[in-house]
Design a binder for this molecule. Structure first.
Ligand code: M6R
Length: 613
């Protein structure tokens, strides 16, 4: 849950490192630091707070070193403080390390090292790493080129948990070593220089050529070279991946915040997700999937497993798979699925949704299903992300980089991709719902325009947000698919406005929660499914009677209009309606957060990628 950057080359390292960290702040931002090789010493500069605070550290501008490592932290062990910030050195000050992940057995390792006379100055799990490297390095009697590599590899054998580690050693100033297990790490290749980062966009302005490091691989970097080793220290070859992304796609494009930019990118994101998979004539195409009718007929259950917003997208996907393919589909939260001994076998298809592709619980849930013989399919936005490398099959949303912590375009593109995937399944299965599928295809192709249209509500939503931004509690209600989008609207509001909210199936209200409805409370109603709108309206009237202010998102003409605000959105097939109805809800959360003067893109206590349990 942290971001790491590294540089080895001929340019001044510190600005490159800080620039990279700024782009990785979505991974955590409670403290930051850099370590640079400086005239035969390792100079560490770090502090509590955001990356930009590094500019206030005296002497940071004077660092001339051209080799360095850097870190932006999201605390797991030890409070955010200067002492707990990375980089961490060993007791001798010869080795410096940054680390992303969690060392689960750090207490045992600390005890082991303490017995050997090592001292610890932070509350972090990370500090055991440089000291262990020092220990094994000095224990090794063979003083050859491989000595440091051997020490790092030996340390990894002791570590339990997840890690992406960068290490520099004072007596080898022209090299650095990196290693990863269950934590993201990429190497960017330049001319006589090399870069390291937790993700590709952070260093995309420096290079387009990347090596993707796999679990338990170690890389040794010099200015001119990158060598890779497996855990037995056998040399391995890796191919360079050319990443054809535009670095400016990751900038704000004139919007105040990444979140608003990403909300407005949705028409295009949806278009990109559909891509060429849904030709106007003929069957749906997935280049990367070669499922046969025989295989799909053998599946008796689909599991969709994910976290947060991705899980909410899964709930919409469940309806679509069940309706089109008639395959029993269950949705589960990855952190629950992985520990509840789910019933899965080789007749189960497990679909994992993750924007980042790095969510620890989702990856663990995927590994569990694989171990039980199920086939696994990953839906991700990040090419080469960990989840896509673990899964049997991977398909991408192609929504472009999502930087804001609050997920928006990832959600809409995930739902679209599941709809297209369900059509692909239904067509491969030769289901007899040809007319229904044909109509749904037309609806999917019309989505970019409808999302564009829905965005026109921005001003009116902002107006309502100004009226209610000081409230403490809100409710989101809906039935059927509208209930799934209520969950997403409520999550958006919580995470960026810090207003408590509950999402409920509208029909459940009178089984308890209606007791909380009192004068002045805001209730958001989502009413899009023509079959259920009347029923939901009755529930909304019940809260109005008890004094609630109502904010209604609908694609229907509502006659009896005693609602505070009605946002009319374009009509679409009910299976797909969340892709359109979520837009006003995203904007609602956004404007409330802005009214409250909060940091929309980096809400408190949250990180973009949850790479620890
Ligand atoms: O990268 P992932 O899609 O796996 O992330 C899953 C959740 O952590 C994520 O959707 C989270 O709920 C968002 N912050 C919600 O906006």
């Amino acid at each position: 849950m942290c971001g790491i950057v590294g540089y080895i080359g001929n340019q001044k390292a510190s600005p490159i490192l800080i620039n990279g960290l700024l782009r990785l702040e979505y991974r955590g931002y409670d403290s930051a630091g850099i370590a640079v090789m400086e005239s035969g010493e390792i100079s560490v500069m770090k502090d509590k707070g955001r990356v930009k605070n590094l500019y206030n550290i005296k002497g940071i501008d004077d660092l001339k070193g051209t080799v360095g490592i850097a870190h932006t932290r999201w605390a797991t062990h030890g409070v955010p403080s200067k002492e707990n910030s990375h980089p961490h050195k060993d007791n001798s000050g010869e080795f410096a390390v940054v680390h992303n992940g969690i060392i689960e057995n750090y207490s045992d390792l600390k005890e082991f090292l303490t017995d050997k006379g090592y001292k610890f100055y932070s509350q972090t799990d990370t500090e055991v790493i440089p000291n262990l490297v020092h220990y094994y390095y000095n224990k090794d009697e063979k003083d050859d080129e491989q000595r440091l590599l051997r020490a790092v590899s030996r340390v990894c054998k002791d570590l339990k948990g997840s890690y992406a580690i960068e290490l520099i050693y004072k007596n080898k100033p022209d090299m650095m070593i990196v290693v990863r297990k269950d934590s993201p790490l990429v190497i960017g290749k330049g001319y006589k220089e090399n870069y390291i980062s937790s993700d590709i966009p952070a260093i995309l302005s420096f290079t387009k050529e990347f090596y993707l490091i796999d679990d338990n691989e170690i890389a040794v970097l010099t200015r001119d070279n990158v060598e890779f080793y497996n855990s037995d220290l056998e040399k391995i070859e890796k191919k360079i991946e050319n990443i054809d992304w535009n670095a400016t796609a990751a900038e704000k494009d004139g919007f105040d915040d990444y979140m608003l930019k990403e909300i407005y990118e949705q028409p295009n994101a949806v278009r990109e997700t559909i891509g060429s998979r849904l030709p106007e004539e003929g069957v749906c195409i997935f280049d990367d999937l070669k499922f046969t009718k025989e295989y799909l007929s053998s599946i008796n259950k689909i599991y969709i497993v994910a976290c947060g917003t991705a899980m909410h997208a899964g709930l919409v996907g469940k309806n679509i798979f069940e309706k089109l393919c008639r395959i029993n589909t269950e949705v589960d939260v990855a952190s629950e699925f992985r520990y509840r001994d789910p019933i899965i076998d080789d007749k189960t298809l497990c679909i994992y949704i993750s924007q980042s592709g790095e969510t620890a619980d989702t990856i663990a849930a995927l590994k569990l299903a694989k171990s039980k013989g199920a086939k696994t399919l990953a839906i991700s936005n990040v090419i080469g992300s960990s989840i896509t490398r673990e899964a049997d099959y991977s398909i991408y949303t192609h929504a472009g980089p999502e930087i804001a912590v609050a997920s928006t375009k990832a959600y809409t593109s995930q739902v679209v991709l599941m709809a297209v995937l369900a059509i692909y399944f239904a067509e491969t299965l030769e289901q007899d719902n040809v007319a229904e599928i044909k109509e749904l295809k037309r609806d999917i192709l019309s989505l970019p325009g409808k999302v564009e249209n829905a965005l026109k509500c921005n001003k009116r939503v902002a107006e309502f947000a100004r009226k209610v931004f000081q409230e403490k509690d809100m409710f989101f209600l809906g039935r059927g698919v509208d209930q799934t989008v209520a969950l997403e609207g409520s999550l958006k509001l919580k995470e960026i406005s810090y207003i408590h909210s509950e999402a409920y199936a509208a029909g459940e209200l009178k089984h308890g929660p209606i007791a909380l409805i009192e004068k002045g409370i805001t209730v958001v109603g989502i009413l899009t499914d023509p079959k259920l709108v009347e029923k939901s309206i009755s529930n909304i009237q019940e809260v109005i009677t008890r004094g609630a202010k109502t904010f209604i998102v609908t694609n229907q003409e509502l006659l009896n209009n005693n609602f505070e605000m009605v946002i009319r959105i374009p009509e679409v097939n009910p299976l797909l309606s969340p892709i359109v109805s979520v837009i006003p809800l995203q904007l609602f959360a956004y404007h409330i957060s802005k009214e409250k003067g909060l940091d929309v893109d980096k809400p408190r206590n949250l990180a973009k990628s949850v790479t620890v349990e």
